[in-house]
Design a binder for this molecule. Structure first.
Ligand SMILES: [Zn+2]
Ligand SMILES: [Zn+2]
Length: 54
């Protein structure tokens, strides 16, 4: 099971270009965001530690 398949914010499948990944600033768990969420600055919640970021 890979965590790179879906957007952490909206759970959309990450198949399109423009998706981004970065480590959680708290626990380094990989956060995935789709292009739409990145463009709209949708917040995310780390599924591992619960950290909420912009
Ligand atoms: Zn998204
Ligand atoms: Zn985290």
């Amino acid at each position: 099971m890979t965590t790179r398949d879906r957007c952490t914010s909206c759970n959309a499948t990450l198949a399109e270009e423009g998706s981004t990944w970065f480590p959680c600033p708290v626990c380094a768990h990989e956060i995935s965001r789709c292009y739409r969420c990145r463009e709209q600055s949708i917040g995310y919640t780390c599924p591992k530690c619960g950290f909420q970021g912009p």
